[in-house]
Design a protein around this ligand. Structure first.
Ligand SMILES: *Cc1c(COP(=O)(O)O)cnc(C)c1O
Length: 230
C-alpha cells in the first residue's frame, strides 16, 4: 500500500471503531448507522481508495467539486453521492445528475427544483434544520419544517428520509442533539417513513449517535485535516 492508502485505511478503521463503540454505549446496533465519508478538498484518488476499503457512501459540499469528482470515478460500482452543503436552487439541476441523497434541503423552492431536475431517478432528502434560528449556515426554521416536509413527501421523485443539522459552534452539543432528536420524532409522527437522522461529524459523532443519528458525515477524522480556506 502507498502511504496515503495506509493513512486512509487507518483513519477509516479508527472512525468505524468509534461508531461501533458509540453504538454499543447507546444500546444500538452498529449497522443502524451509515458512515458518509465527506471527501471535500480531497482528490478523486481518495474516493478510489475508500471504495477499495468498502466505503460506498461519500459526501461533498460544493457542486463544482462534486460533479467533477463524481465524473472522475463514474466507473466505481455501487457508489452513492451525498450532497451535504448549502445549495442554491439554480444548482439543483447539476446536483440531481449525480447526487443520490441531498442532506441540505431547507426551502420549498429548492425541493421543487430538485424534483423537477430528477428525471428518471429518485433523490433521498434530509431536511436541514437550523437549531439556533441563524440561517446563514443554512437550515429551515423549526416553524417551517412541517410545510417543507409535506412538500418533499408530496414530490413525485423525492423520498423524505428525515432531518439533518449542524449544531452551532460553541453550543451545548448534548442538548442540541437532544432537541434535534425530539424534532425528528415529531416529524416521524406525521411522516412514518422519515425515520433517518443525519447528525454528527468528526468531533461529535458519539454524541449524535447517543441521540439517534442514523447517518454520520465524517471528513477530517477519516482523511486528515483540510487546508484552511482563506
Ligand atoms: C465538511 C462537512 C462535514 C464533515 O466535517 P468534519 O469535521 O471534517 O468531519 C460534515 N457535514 C457538513 C455539512 C460538512 O460541510
Amino acid at each position: 500500500m502507498t502511504d496515503r492508502a495506509t493513512q486512509v485505511a487507518l483513519g477509516l478503521g479508527d472512525v468505524q471503531h468509534r461508531i461501533a463503540g458509540a453504538c454499543v454505549a447507546a444500546g444500538r446496533v452498529p449497522a443502524a448507522v451509515t458512515l458518509v465519508v465527506v471527501t471535500k478538498t480531497w482528490p478523486a484518488s481518495d474516493v478510489r481508495l475508500l471504495h477499495a476499503l468498502g466505503v460506498r457512501d461519500v459526501g461533498e459540499n460544493r457542486d463544482q467539486e462534486a460533479s467533477q469528482k463524481a465524473a472522475d470515478v463514474a466507473d466505481l460500482p455501487g457508489l452513492r453521492w451525498h450532497f451535504v452543503g448549502q445549495l442554491q436552487s439554480n444548482k439543483a439541476r447539476s446536483v440531481a445528475r449525480y447526487a443520490d441523497v441531498v442532506h441540505s434541503v431547507d426551502r420549498v423552492k429548492l425541493a421543487r427544483a430538485l424534483n423537477d431536475a430528477a428525471t428518471g431517478r429518485r433523490i433521498g432528502c434530509f431536511l436541514q434544520v437550523s437549531l439556533d434560528g441563524d440561517q446563514r449556515r443554512g437550515g429551515a426554521l423549526t416553524s417551517d419544517l412541517a410545510e417543507l416536509a409535506d412538500a418533499v413527501a408530496g414530490a413525485e421523485r423525492l423520498d423524505l428520509l428525515g432531518l439533518m443539522a449542524v449544531p452551532p459552534l460553541g453550543s451545548d452539543l448534548d442538548s442540541r442533539f437532544a432537541e434535534l432528536q425530539e424534532l425528528s420524532e415529531r416529524l416521524r409522527a406525521d411522516h412514518p417513513a422519515a425515520g433517518e437522522l443525519s447528525a454528527g461529524m468528526s468531533g461529535d459523532l458519539e454524541t449524535a449517535i447517543a441521540h439517534g443519528a442514523t447517518h454520520v458525515r465524517v471528513g477530517s477524522a477519516v482523511l486528515g485535516g483540510r487546508p484552511r480556506l482563506g
